[in-house]
Structure formats: structure tokens, C-alpha cells
Design a protein around this ligand. Structure first.
Ligand code: ZN
Length: 352
């Protein structure tokens, strides 16, 4: 199995993770409607610890030993990783000055930057160094985050934060959760995934730049903090609010029923902040009340890259209702066939 690598698209400068080993991962879902929890048990269930790689973290408040039953959350390396530790990648980190990887040192113009080394570096590639972990949200075989009890969801979100902090020395740590086959999951049992990367994704870098520009223009305000203040004042896209966080359907929602969970006190880093688990549970319940349980959706957290002070974390949730289509793939512009205002109105009705 070849090691995962990062390549740069010559035309767009965009990064792609090439991880052919992931094609070998078994897919639990056949064709047909997903009912959630129907598969009974699996390798992520309590009692099946021997079927996964050894755990790297677990919440074992009862004092049980590693890789045995008695946990609330459990984290294991992904068997089919899209990024791997430096010592397994066949190449040490810090090689960015070699000709073959110099394109990576200039995000602005990789082709021009690399021509200093002689040949234009059109086929830039380097090992995808980092980590890819699976965070099992519960020992019970449940298909939906919406089936977790509040204290279970609290423990799961705490585990997400703990594992992100464990990789704080990487450039960026991406936390995601795919629920259901339409959202890209291949295992039914509720789990999150963490990708620790030695690069900052362009979408995150763009947010960082816009936070910085807004801060300079306004002598210190947070862009998302100001957006939130205005969303609370207007109310039409606000779904719910508590002391810690607010839940809105974003102004420029890319997907129907997209929701954004925003801490009310701007904080750059999700993993260094607290709160949000209860509202996440309410958001999932409202979505499943509107669309049916289990819903299939994607969750991702945007958090400050390593060393970045001026950022404002948020957690986004988008149902996987439609496959991606050509226009979106060509342009990067999503066409949303529903309005965030209508979605917010419906979700306000449903949220408990
Ligand atoms: Zn299971």
C-alpha cells in the first residue's frame, strides 16, 4: 500500500491528498435506505477492542485497562489513513528546501517559486505527514449522534477536544464527523475523525486572512463576533441561543438546513475552549425532527491553525441531501435550493 501524499494542482495551486490505500477500506453500507443502528454490532462496539488498532486515548473513568471494555470514548488510529506520522512516511519532516518539495514553500505561486531550483516543479509532491484518527463517540452501537444521551455527547465532544490538543504541534487539526453513507461514512457506529496536517488548508487560511483584515479595519473587532451580534439582532436566521453559544443558519448557507454553532465569546480555538456540546445535541435533534432520524450529515470544526491568535472557532453542520454536481465541482460555487431563512424558521419550531 503506497503512503499517502500531498500534491499541488498546477492550475489552481490547490492541495490534494492522494491516499489510494483508503480504497481498500470495507464499506458496511450496501445500496438502499439507511435506517441507522440496523447493523447491530461492529468493530467500534464495546467488547470488540481487539478488532481495532491499539487505542491512543480513551475515557476510562472506571479504571479499566487499555483495549478492554469499560470506556466512554475511545480513539484509535485510522486503519486506512490519509496522513501518517513522519517516522512511517519514509521521509522526515522539514524537507521543504529540497527541489522536489520547494513548491510547497510558496503557496502564492508554486511554479515560480520552484523554478529557482532549476527545473520548474510541475509535479510537486511530498508525504502526507500527520495523523488520521477515529474517535469512537460511544461504546453503544448507535448510528446517530442524535441517539446519544446528553452526558455521552458531552464526553464525545471532550474527546474530540482532547485529541485535537494532542496534535497541537501540527500546522492544522481538522475535526470532522460523517454520519450515514450519503455523508461519506463507511462505518455506521457513531464516530468522529481527526486529521492532523502539516499544512493549513486554503479554506482555513482564507478565513484567517479575513479575520485579520476585519480586525485591522475595525481596530480589533472579531468578524464572526460582529456577524453573530447582527444575527441575534435580526433574528431571522437565528435557530437557538444559550449562555455559551448561538446556532444560526448562515447567511450564505451552501446547503439546505446548514447550521453554524458559534461561541458567544469569540475564542480562536475550539479545542482550548469549552461548551457547545448541549447545543450540538439540540441542533441534531431539531434536524432529525425536520428530516427524520437518522439524518445523514457532515460536521466540521474550523479552529485556529497553530500559532494563530486572531480567529473565531465555529462548528458547521450540513445535511447530505444531494450529491455534488458539475457546476459546483467546476466553480466551487454551491447552488443552495432552499433559503436559510426558511430553514431557520422550521428549525426554530423543531428545536427543544
Ligand atoms: Zn458498533
Amino acid at each position: 500500500m503506497s503512503a499517502p501524499e500531498v500534491r499541488i494542482d498546477q492550475l489552481t495551486g490547490g492541495r490534494v491528498l492522494i491516499a489510494p490505500g483508503r480504497a481498500a477500506r470495507p464499506d458496511q453500507f450496501g445500496l438502499g435506505a439507511w435506517r441507522g443502528g440496523a447493523l447491530g454490532t461492529c468493530q467500534f462496539c464495546e467488547g470488540s477492542e481487539a478488532e481495532t488498532p491499539p487505542e491512543v486515548d480513551a475515557d476510562r473513568s472506571g479504571g479499566s485497562g487499555p483495549d478492554r471494555p469499560g470506556w466512554r470514548t475511545r480513539t484509535v488510529p485510522n486503519l486506512y489513513p490519509a496522513a501518517i506520522p513522519a517516522d512511517r512516511s519514509g521521509s522526515a519532516e522539514g524537507q521543504d528546501d529540497s527541489p522536489s518539495s520547494s513548491a510547497f514553500s510558496s503557496p502564492a505561486d508554486p511554479l515560480l517559486a520552484s523554478s529557482r531550483a532549476g527545473e520548474p516543479d510541475m509535479f510537486a509532491s511530498r508525504p502526507a505527514v500527520g495523523a488520521h484518527e477515529v474517535i469512537i463517540n460511544t461504546p453503544r452501537h448507535v448510528g446517530s449522534l442524535g441517539e446519544l444521551e446528553p452526558d455521552e455527547l458531552e464526553a464525545a465532544v471532550a474527546a474530540w477536544r482532547r485529541r485535537m490538543l494532542a496534535h497541537a504541534d501540527e500546522a492544522y487539526v481538522q475535526l470532522v464527523l460523517n454520519q450515514g453513507p450519503a455523508a461519506g461514512a463507511t462505518v455506521e457506529h457513531s464516530h468522529a475523525q481527526l486529521g492532523a496536517l502539516n499544512l493549513v488548508p486554503a479554506a482555513v487560511a482564507r478565513e484567517r486572512e479575513r479575520f485579520n483584515s476585519y480586525r485591522e479595519l475595525t481596530a480589533g473587532s472579531s468578524l464572526l463576533g460582529e456577524v453573530l451580534r447582527e444575527e441575534i439582532r435580526r433574528g431571522e436566521r437565528l435557530v437557538a441561543i444559550d449562555d455559551e453559544v448561538a446556532l444560526v443558519c448562515p447567511w450564505a448557507s451552501r446547503f439546505p438546513y446548514e447550521m453554524r454553532l458559534i461561541p458567544r465569546r469569540p475564542h480562536p480555538s475550539f479545542e482550548r475552549d469549552t461548551g457547545g456540546a448541549e447545543m450540538l445535541g439540540r441542533a441534531v435533534a431539531a434536524l432529525e425532527s425536520a428530516l427524520g432520524r437518522p439524518s445523514q450529515f457532515n460536521i466540521w470544526v474550523k479552529t485556529a491553525p497553530r500559532g494563530v491568535e486572531h480567529f473565531h472557532w465555529h462548528l458547521d453542520l450540513a445535511p447530505a441531501l444531494e450529491p455534488r454536481a458539475s457546476f459546483e465541482m467546476a466553480t466551487g460555487i454551491e447552488i443552495n435550493n432552499s433559503s436559510p431563512e426558511a430553514a431557520a424558521a422550521e428549525l426554530r419550531e423543531k428545536i427543544a
